[in-house]
Design a protein around this ligand. Structure first.
Ligand code: UD1
Length: 421
């Protein structure tokens, strides 16, 4: 298994180009199953998770073509060979469950393995399943698989989520596009990736209103058609790289970065005394007065502070002036990076869903272990700021969600390399 070696202590200066959004792409790809015609996605990121979704679609009988070094993905699901998404493929990635709604809506039946993914809490898919049941699907859970069936088309339903779920909103939105009548999703997720999915589905002929609010209406149509769609910029990659100059000092311009995608992060950076400036091509980030101010933050569904930036923010706050508090409200058990940061000299106390981070003057390099995708990049950021060498192992987590991470950081002066174990 590869490791990433970081020799820290260098300020970063330069430009980083932001890739297409992993999480948007992972929901746009299954949308291709809703139509016989090809769906072309441009600005796709080149990531292990995207390869995994490609394999799942191919296993279902879709033809998937990659061009422009994987930036353009064309998916044609003319013929389904099967309606089964196998455990071997699904277990590695929670987003695999997103094929369930589209297969069921188009084919009237689907068998999908219950997913795996990052080890951050229980992460059930009950909201996806309850929603499909409300739309008339008969479900059976057997041997780790969900078997779903409908008698004819899915029917419209009014579904009120008890709490916000990105994936359940996406799955049900896709399923409802081919349902009979108007489905209403209340307390729906408002993430930019949902807005991107709705835009693409509309180009495919779907009737959707209200995306970006918590009330989405979808009027089912008989069939959808193919289209071409550009994947939005990855706001989590953007936020991660915005934190790089914040933690190391220096000044980095994020090309393709848009303020509206990361406004909750920008509010917190302002509080931490980090300046974010709009430029012609994106956003530029630097410290205002040389140090980082402590703060309190709570992770929330969009437009609140994203849980996917919590680990990276903890790395930053570990060298802030004063004591910070981080409340994790989306996932249980998402502080696994805290003990790893403590190996680097951070002073962190976890009390249930709250981490108390007492800022230290300096982090020191150490061998650390990545536990999930965002935790691992948090450790890389900590390594960039630390004195000496940090070895991050289990790098495969990083490859799921960051394209050319080492090259992008090295271009700004980071001393970072990948070594084969
Ligand atoms: C998506 C993102 C992930 C991000 C998360 C929260 C993708 C591919 N992944 O994940 O990067 O961290 O949103 O912003 O887009 N829950 C249930 N039952 C369900 C569904 C969810 O209890 O049926 C719970 C989860 O365990 C979690 C919370 O709801 O505690 C939010 O999960 P959800 O918004 O569904 O996250 P994902 O769509 O899996």
């Amino acid at each position: 298994m590869d490791q990433i070696l970081v020799r820290g202590g260098r300020p970063l200066n330069g430009q980083i180009e932001i890739s297409g959004a992993k999480n948007a792409c992972l929901t746009l790809m299954p949308a291709a199953l809703l139509t016989e015609e090809p769906l072309e996605l441009t600005n796709a990121p080149r990531l292990a998770d995207i390869e995994m979704m490609t394999k799942i679609l191919v296993s279902l009988g879709a033809a998937v073509q990659l061009s422009e070094q994987g930036r353009r993905i064309t998916i044609e699901a003319k013929n389904f060979e099967q309606t089964l998404a196998h455990y071997d493929l699904v277990r590695k990635m929670r987003a695999s469950i997103l094929v369930l709604g589209p297969i069921l809506a188009r084919m009237g039946e689907a068998t999908v393995s219950l997913p795996g993914g990052c080890a951050i809490g229980a992460r059930p898919v009950d909201l996806h399943l309850k929603g499909l049941e409300a739309m008339g699907a008969e479900l059976e859970l057997k041997g780790g698989y969900v078997h779903a069936k409908t008698n004819g088309r899915l029917k419209a339903a009014v579904i009120e989520f008890p709490f916000v779920s990105v994936g359940a909103t996406e799955n049900l939105m896709m399923a409802a596009t081919l349902g009979k009548g108007t489905t209403v999703l209340k307390n729906a997720a408002r993430e930019p990736e949902i807005v991107d999915l709705a835009r693409c589905l509309r180009k495919m002929g779907a009737e959707i209103e209200g995306e970006g609010t918590d009330f989405i209406e979808i009027e089912g149509v008989d069939a959808l058609k193919g289209t071409s769609h550009k994947v939005i910029a990855d706001r989590i990659e953007l936020g991660t790289f915005m934190l790089a100059p914040a933690i190391t000092g220096g000044e980095v311009e994020l090309i393709g970065g848009k303020r509206r995608l990361v406004s909750s992060l920008i509010d917190k950076l302002e509080e931490a005394d980090i300046a974010v400036e709009d430029t012609e091509n994106g956003l530029k980030v630097r410290r205002k007065n040389g140090h980082i101010e402590a703060l309190e933050l709570t992770t929330e569904p969009y437009p609140g502070f994203p849980t996917d930036l919590q680990a990276q923010m903890m790395a930053l706050l570990s060298i802030a002036k004063g004591t910070s508090k981080i409340h994790e409200k989306i996932f249980e058990n998402r502080f696994m990076h805290a003990p790893e940061l403590m190996r680097m000299g951070a002073d962190i106390e976890v009390q249930g869903g709250t981490a108390i981070v007492r800022g230290v003057e300096k982090l020191r390099g150490a061998p650390v272990m990545a536990t999930d995708l965002r935790a691992s990049v948090g450790l890389v950021l900590a390594g960039l700021a630390a004195e000496g060498e940090t070895q991050v192992s289990r790098v495969y987590h990083l490859d799921r969600g960051y394209e050319n991470l080492e090259a992008k950081l090295a271009a700004c002066g980071a001393d970072i390399e990948r070594v084969k174990e």
